[in-house]
Design a protein around this ligand. Structure first.
Ligand code: ATP
Length: 443
């Protein structure tokens, strides 16, 4: 079912996944705030990425570099010169577009004539130092990758790594996009999950191919439907200045295919530029062969917000239950904001006491929500709509048989479980998938 993007934005707002930034001031049309459920979903996405990239592998370590870096970093990387998009304006309605996003040469809004494209640098600038006039101009990073490159030698020496090895990082990036839009798909402040995987040049092509498979498998492991994903290799004229090959993992959004992640063979471009501009030697010496060279880099670069958007679209489902149209968010349990909802059947003190006790027992293990309002059917529906995989219902029999009902979201199946066994029964159902990701083949 191709879901309407309006339904996603409305659910996201109504249930507290995503709010427009600065809404009480009329909003700002390019940044978004994640509400109580959104921050959980987003954290779960980041945790899943970190788990597969760092925790489950012995060849990748983590980093958290600063957003503000020496301005020379961006001169060396090519961003000051080349991080531009072509911008055109409509001469009639004055709307502004990215020229490379347009089909045809007329304004898509009113059909008017467009200006010649002008190159527009997308880096945000700010001032470092108390007095604006003498302060240095610094940039808000437009990608997290450069923080990794400038720390390559630090991390490699400290961890005493041999190639191939990688450095992974999650963090905010900023781009002054010409036309932000499609909800959280394209904003001016967003979060990236990037890994720079350093390899001997001769292994770069194999590592690039292997990473495409590995990253594709990761999205499938999040429960995204195979038919919602595709791989698209860039044609030579599309490649960035540093790239010897790029493949995008795309998701079928309600408005069409859009990039979730790019996997690029960045060659030795970045390390070469940073050693030229900084004057520091960034070569690697293989202690077995004594060969000295600049490593090549394969980069899987993903976006947290785009993954969240894809998950919301892919998990969204509407079905008729007992003559009523109902919404389900069929998120994988590892991503669901709440894992378990504790629901006493009625507000009678005797049930509430037991329900709170169960809630207290479960809270240290998982994100739990507790709800005693409205009918039990309404409460199940509210949990289904936000993706809670399990509800635990405490009824009057629970006082006699010391058992409760676990109700599963997707099948709506119910099983009775002794309270004494509840934690282990839920733990079995919520266990992380045991599969270790494919290692990068052959290297
Ligand atoms: P696009 O072509 O859509 O502008 P890009 O190719 O410039 O994206 P990359 O530089 O490869 O993007 O960045 C890596 C990832 O960061 C993207 O795949 C995407 O998930 C995320 N990303 C990039 N720009 C934005 C943005 N403006 N808003 C949200 N996420 C973004």
């Amino acid at each position: 079912m191709a879901v309407d993007v309006e339904k996603i934005t409305s659910l996201a707002k109504r249930r507290g996944f995503v709010f427009q930034s600065s809404e009480i001031y009329g909003g700002i049309n390019s940044t978004w705030d994640y509400g109580p459920l959104g921050v959980e979903l987003k954290n779960n996405v980041k945790r899943a990425w970190w788990r597969s990239m760092v925790q489950l592998r012995d060849d990748i370590v983590g980093l958290d570099a600063a957003i503000l870096m020496a301005p020379d970093v961006w001169r060396a990387s090519g961003h000051v010169e080349q991080f531009t998009d072509p911008m055109v304006d409509c001469k009639s309605c004055k709307m502004r577009f990215r020229a490379d996003h347009l089909e045809g040469d007329r304004c898509p809004n009113c059909g008017g004539e467009l200006t010649e494209p002008r190159q527009f640098n997308m880096m945000f600038k700010t001032f470092m130092g108390p007095v604006e006039e003498d302060a240095a101009v610094v940039y808000l990073r437009p990608e997290t990758a450069q923080g990794i490159f400038v720390n390559f030698q630090n991390v490699r020496t400290i961890t005493r790594r041999r190639l191939p090895f990688g450095i992974a990082q999650i963090g905010k990036s900023f781009r002054n996009e010409i036309s932000p839009g499609n909800f959280i798909f394209r904003s001016r402040e967003f979060e990236q999950m990037e890994c720079e995987y350093f390899v001997p040049p001769a292994q770069a092509e194999d590592a690039y191919r292997a990473w495409i498979q590995e990253r594709h498998a990761w999205y499938l492991s999040l429960g995204i439907k195979p038919e919602s994903l595709r791989l698209r290799e860039h044609t030579p004229d599309e490649l960035s200045h540093y790239s010897a090959g790029t493949t995008d993992i795309e998701f079928l959004f309600p408005w069409g295919w859009g990039e979730l992640e790019g996997i690029a063979n960045r060659t030795d471009y970045d390390l070469r530029r940073h050693s030229e501009v900084s004057g520091k030697d960034l070569t690697y010496v293989d202690d077995l062969t004594n060969e000295r060279y600049l490593p090549y880099v394969v980069e899987p670069a993903a976006g947290v917000d785009r993954t969240v958007m894809a998950l919301l679209c892919d998990a969204y489902d509407e079905v008729e239950v007992n003559g009523e149209q109902r919404t389900f968010l069929r998120l994988h349990h590892s991503l669901a904001p709440y894992k378990v909802a504790v629901l006493p059947l009625s507000k009678k003190d005797s049930l509430i006491g037991v329900a709170h006790e169960i809630e207290r027992t479960l809270r240290p293990h998982w994100m739990i929500t507790y709800d005693e309002t409205q009918s039990i059917g309404r409460r199940y529906a509210r949990q289904d709509e936000i993706g809670t995989p399990f509800c635990v219902t405490i009824d009057f029999d629970s006082l006699e048989d010391h058992a409760v009902t676990i109700r599963e979201r997707d099948s709506m199946a119910q099983v009775r479980v002794p309270i004494a066994r509840l934690v282990s029964a839920l733990a079995e159902r919520l266990a992380p998938s045991g599969t270790v990701p494919l290692q990068v083949a052959g290297i």
